[in-house]
Design a protein around this ligand. Sequence first.
Ligand SMILES: [Fe+2]
Length: 378
Amino acid sequence: MATPDVYVQLGTPDPLFSKIINSPRLNPSPKETQESLKRSFAKYLAGDNMLSPVGKLFNPSKHLTFEEPSYVHTMEDIGYPSSNGVSPIAVSEPFRLFSEEAVNIMRDEILDPEVQEKYSYTSDIAPRQIRGYAPKYAKFIFEAWKHPETLSIISKIAGVELVPVMDYEIGHINMSVPGAKIKCNKDAPVTEDDEEAIVGWHRDSYPFVCVLMMSDTTGMVGGETALRTGTGEIKKVRGPSKGCAVVLQGRYIDHQALKAFGGQERITMVTSFRPRSPRVRDDTVLNTVRPISNLSDLYGQAVEYQLENAESRIRDMLRNVRESMKAGATDVQSIKSFLDFEIKTLSHLNKEIVEESMVKKGFVGEVCVAGNKRNKVE
Ligand SMILES: [Fe+2]
């Protein structure tokens, strides 16, 4: 029986997963990765992007103003093995993504009083977040992040084909209140590096994020993302200006958002992504989002996409098993690997679906406590 290439060993090393997953990928060197990205960008900018648009509001020729990032840092650049995550890419420098007009349409959608009233969340690490309003109240935002050309750009930068994790995570908004300084958690061990942090050390719930700046940053100082490298050093990546974005593999890198000074409003839009392939292992956790979500929507959509992925893998395996039976050559090892993988994947998902009564609304700070402890221990 042919062994399916279903199980790709990427992500935080886990001995149980590692045992059952075969990686067909070769990890390219940082230099090879940079050269490959350069070729991809050149092709994209030369117009090799003949993908049909979806929706009617978002027009890529008008609303996408993509300019290649000046540099894309690899995992190896910041001292991590390139196999740590779902891609060898760590983080991009800021790059132009959407036009001024596009960002202004997005602003109109999220600043709608009904959206502000119905979808605002407050937590111990952020005064105001707006989540789960698309597509119902934000058709343009929804189309912009779902459009094949946008996905092509994000995927090329990320070094892996990506899709939004689920509709619920499209266009998460962080709105900062001028002058307010929010500590991650009063019990968290604070280091010098935390002094200017508005969100303490943490790892994201999902593999990749794209953070879009929606405010005019003229006169703004700070606002960088600080990364903790594999050797324990702190590296800062410049914050984007209006219409610009950064792509970060935040599930696998300790990072913190640094405070911006300047007194003006600062609105960022964070859209989370996962690999399109159901064959790449899914390390998604929901701890950073459960306390600030409509759990019915979050759980429903998380379970839906993970079951769709499982369905695809099961169909492939079923085909292989049927073919092998015809040939009279059942591969026991392959079947056991498949079953182990599915059990682990569904058990992991089961742990993430926490009873509603156990979820402390608005308490996200413990994620940062864990991040700070990790920094102290390692
Ligand atoms: Fe983050």
